[in-house]
Design a protein around this ligand. Structure first.
Ligand code: ADP
Ligand code: MG
Length: 436
């Protein structure tokens, strides 16, 4: 049965401040949280995202955040229709994750299937970590441990390592309808940068040589398509699928992962790799931001140390869950196969192999992500907002250099130390820019 992805539910309308006020007034949980009378509530649309409306409502006693899907891609306009059903998948993902990692996601307070909205905890005291990392070179001491825990718990607990087969398949089924968004990811991540596409753009002429190489080097196309095949076929765990630094809100002592509207059961390395690629783009952006050469050296170091810590803490956390017999109860590696001495040794070997593959795929996905954010449809503010195009291009070229190496040859990097060392080497050299 095919569902009409673009059907607009009877009764759906985008909110404005007044219609939202009226709706909230009729929802006991929301009205109670805000307190006072509806006319006392202060309501503003603050969404800086590419896709949705985000409203913050403040009342005398409390506040909340309402995210509402629009039937088209906000950053492009009505010419690019987008399923409203994503609001349903986002809310469901937040609810699954809230059971697994409650401190690391915004609490869902309410929601409505017809209006395609989710009411969630107001995180206005947090900021999007990408902004802190770009504009203020701000250090977040808890970030590596928190995001590693989020990934380890959310990925492990929704995989076959924890879930018995029926529950895993039900979970995968719950999210397989989210294919409109997956199709977009599929096109812009795995296809566009490797062919001529109206979606692509880059910093011309400086980046022309890199863009040409991406279109001409068939091995990169092969590497991308390998990752795409995983994306299409490996329902390994419930992945966030948009886990970049624009989807993480932080304070010095709190980390919250927002915006899982792309969620579905897919390869774990997609999440771990997207995050890593995003951190590495940030690493290469600072020469475009520092007041004097070297001015952000210590911050650059923090970004690399954090990238390494994220992977290492993730791996340790994931393995700790796997080694806990009360948690590793899924059908993937069932206790019955691994109880005797030979089985115990075999399980250790299997764990090692599993993590080694996940590590390699993480690097390759990181490379893929860096490439698509430097020559594809949407660029990161990390580089996009650097005013001087040539200065920006030096950051972009370096990011592309490492991205291409990670995508094409992840096996060349034995550890995150090797990735960090190569990043520093690239940072210390001039990228190959096209001057005219
Ligand atoms: P989109 O999917 O449209 O990109 P996001 O979920 O990323 O939307 O949200 C867009 C922006 O709204 C975020 O960058 C953040 O600034 C703000 N925002 C999102 N969720 C919350 C929240 N729970 N509390 C406060 N602000 C939020
Ligand atoms: Mg989004």
């Amino acid at each position: 049965m095919t569902v009409d992805q673009f059907a607009i539910p009877e009764g759906y309308a985008p909110f404005d401040a007044d219609s939202l006020r009226a709706w909230l007034a009729g929802r006991d949980a929301c009205a109670g949280r805000l307190g006072g009378k509806p006319e006392q509530w202060d309501i503003a649309e603050i969404g800086d995202g590419n896709l949705n409306y985000v409203f913050i409502a403040k009342g005398p006693e409390g506040s909340l955040c309402v995210k509402q899907a629009l039937p088209y891609l906000r950053m492009v306009g009505e010419s690019w229709p987008l399923t409203l059903r994503r609001a349903h998948f986002e809310r469901m993902a937040l609810q699954v994750q809230a059971k697994i990692a409650p401190a690391l996601v915004p609490a869902v307070l309410d929601g409505d299937e017809t209006l395609c909205c989710t009411v969630q905890e107001d995180l206005s005291d947090h900021i999007i970590i990408r902004k802190g990392m770009v504009h203020d070179a701000r250090v977040y001491p808890r970030f590596a441990a928190d995001i590693a825990e989020y990934m380890a718990r959310c990925l492990f607990m929704t995989s076959d390592l924890h879930l018995p087969l029926p529950r895993k398949w039900e979970l995968a089924g719950d999210f397989f309808g989210n294919h409109n968004l997956a199709s977009i990811t599929h096109t812009i991540m795995f296809n566009d940068p490797y062919v001529e596409s109206a979606n692509n753009h880059w910093n011309e002429p400086y980046i022309n040589g890199y863009a040409r190489r991406l279109r001409e080097d068939v091995e990169l196309r092969r590497a991308s398509n390998r990752l795409k095949t995983m994306f299409l076929t490996e329902a390994q765990a419930l992945i966030h699928c948009d886990l970049h630094t624009g989807s993480i809100m932080v304070t010095e002592d709190s980390t919250k992962v927002i915006d899982p509207e792309f969620a579905f059961c897919g390869p774990m390395a997609f999440d771990t790799g997207k995050l890593l690629g995003n951190l590495l783009i940030n690493y290469f952006s600072h020469s475009g931001w520092e007041d004097e050469p070297g001015g952000r050296d210590s911050y650059r170091r923090w970004v690399l140390d954090t990238s390494k810590a994220v992977w290492e803490k993730f791996e340790a956390g994931f393995l700790a869950l796997w080694r806990d017999p009360a948690v590793a109860v899924g059908d993937g590696y069932p206790a019955v196969l691994y109880a005797d001495a030979a089985g115990k040794a075999e399980l250790e070997r299997a764990q090692h192999e599993y993590m080694a593959k996940l590590y390699r795929d993480t690097l390759a996905y990181a490379g893929l992500f860096m490439i698509r954010r430097l020559v594809g449809i949407a660029h990161n503010i990390d580089t996009k907002l650097i005013e001087d195009p040539r200065r920006r291009a030096r950051c972009e070229g370096r990011g592309l250099q490492l991205g291409i190496e990670l995508l094409g040859g992840p096996e060349g990097f034995a550890s995150l130390d090797a990735v960090a060392a190569r990043a520093e080497q690239i940072e210390g050299a001039e990228p190959a820019l096209t001057e005219e």
